[in-house]
Design a protein around this ligand. Structure first.
Ligand code: 5CA
Length: 451
């Protein structure tokens, strides 16, 4: 993309309404614009990051055998009356009446709708196990929407639902989700720690939230510092192996890590004092096992091996896709702006032309730009007629991990400059070498859609 042709409405002033750094930077970098309280338009740069996160989520869901689909945002109140949640959900639910006088709602989550789909089409235990998911906008009329996309009213969420014959099978699905979530967050450059939590209006006893540690997080968390040494890495875990998934769950949940909702001071005090941590975290996902709560209420039964109908065991599993954009920025920025991890960056590298209009500089930039495109990379070429200082400030603000700077002086010596946004370190090297370096850097990040 050429910046002169792009739509990147960066703000010079720091918006006063934004209380936390990710919200400020998303507004300043022209990623979002508030449409009304807790509701945002995703401008092109923000939309690119949102799509990248969505792709990672899809790839990791499909990798473990979960099946993508799409349910609508608007739901019929009748379904929610069946589960009893139409009244229970309270004022967070946005209720709408259509022209026929039918009660509708903007879905805050989809347990009822997916259970309705399941009961309409699945009748035998032979069709299990089954895990369906979608990534769709949700609406919760939060009392205090704040912090930009972190606590929105409208937000983008991946929600998945498993259907199993027995509790054991459903707990395996729970563990499998934990495994795939660990991998998902690491691909986004984040460490998200599973913590025992409270199930709230979703219900059930087994639930873990995934928290990214950050001072601005809304949850208070208590944990054993050893847990931060755990990495999922590139291990291959067979999603169908009960033992392998269980082993990952055990490894990642055996140390103390809880949110304030389930914190137990006595247990916490059993950890050696130097390892006790009290901090804040951003909840970027949650997994639930709730057994037959919805299947019983809504009559979602299958014929078991003995021919008798039994309600299925279910769980639901969410990832806050739009919140994650803010969470990544909270975890990765400096005083100049955002620092995107390579796996989610909106553009792979910026090209800064120090002397737009100089035939040599223009020609060199153009050929670097074309070479990167030919490699399948996505560069942002700042071809505007602006001072170098302004171009650098924009690149630093929008946070592309790598920048190639091209100027007449370097070109005389046959070199350009390759700069890391994270370390600030620059290296002079011939254009071909800079291109080759970027190809190597991004080689591990080329996801391909699985399935
Ligand atoms: N049905 C279950 C799992 S699919 C569910 O709704 N879980 S949840 O309530 O925990 O939401 C899943 C994730 O969505 C949360 O972990 C959080 O990351 C994100 N989320 C929840 N509320 C908001 C909000 N108001 N703004 C942005 N993201 C949110």
């Amino acid at each position: 993309m050429r910046l002169s042709r792009y739509f990147l409405p960066v703000l010079k002033e720091t918006p006063s309404e934004a209380q936390i750094v990710s919200h400020r930077l998303m507004l300043r970098a022209g990623m979002i614009k508030q449409a009304s309280a807790g509701i945002y338009s995703w401008l092109p740069l923000g939309f690119k990051v949102l799509r990248k996160l969505e792709n990672i989520v899809h790839e990791e869901q499909m990798r473990v055998g979960h099946i993508p689909m799409l349910m609508p945002t608007l739901q019929s109140a009748d379904l929610w009356r069946e589960s009893g949640r139409y009244d229970d959900y309270g004022e967070e639910m946005l209720r709408i009446t259509d022209r026929q006088g039918r009660d509708m709602l903007y879905g805050p989550t989809n347990e009822e709708m997916i259970t309705d789909i399941f009961r309409a089409h699945v009748g035998s235990y032979k069709d299990l196990p089954l895990t369906l998911y979608h990534i769709q906008w949700k609406f919760r009329d939060e009392m205090r929407p704040r912090f930009g996309v972190m606590r929105g009213r409208e937000f983008y969420m991946k929600d998945g639902y498993n259907f199993d014959l027995t509790k054991e099978d459903a707990l395996h699905a729970y563990n499998r989700h934990l495994v795939s979530y660990l991998r998902t967050y690491e691909r986004m450059g984040l460490q998200a720690i599973p913590m025992r939590a409270d199930s709230g209006p979703i219900g059930g006893d087994d639930t873990h939230e995934f928290l990214v540690l950050a001072e601005t997080g809304e949850s208070e968390v208590f944990y054993d510092s050893e847990i931060t040494d755990l990495k999922f890495g590139d291990r291959q875990v067979d999603p169908n192996s009960v033992e392998a998934c269980r082993a990952v769950l055990d490894e990642f949940t055996s140390r103390y890590a809880r949110t304030d909702e389930t914190h137990d001071e006595a247990l916490f005090n059993e950890i050696p004092e130097e390892r006790r941590r009290v901090a804040r975290g951003i909840e970027v996902g949650q997994i639930f096992y709730f057994g037959t709560k919805y299947s019983e209420a809504m009559g979602a039964k299958v014929q078991g091996p003995d021919g008798k109908p039994v309600p299925v065991h279910m769980g639901s599993h969410g990832i806050g896709v739009s919140r994650l954009v803010g969470a990544i920025i909270e975890a990765s920025h400096d005083d100049k702006g955002i620092i995107w991890p390579e796996g989610v960056t909106p553009f792979h590298a910026g090209i800064v032309n120090l002397k737009q209009g100089d035939p040599e500089a223009d020609g060199a930039c153009e050929s670097i730009y074309q070479a990167l495109l030919a490699l399948g990379l996505d560069p942002l070429y700042d071809d505007r007629n602006e001072r170098a200082g302004g171009k650098f400030a924009t690149m630093d603000l929008i946070g592309l991990p790598w920048r190639i700077t091209v100027g007449p002086r370097g070109l005389k010596n046959g070199v350009v400059e390759l700069t890391s946004r994270r370390t600030g370190e620059s290296e002079e090297l011939p254009p071909e070498a800079a291109i080759e370096r970027l190809a190597q850097i991004y080689a591990p990040y080329r996801g391909s859609l699985v399935g």
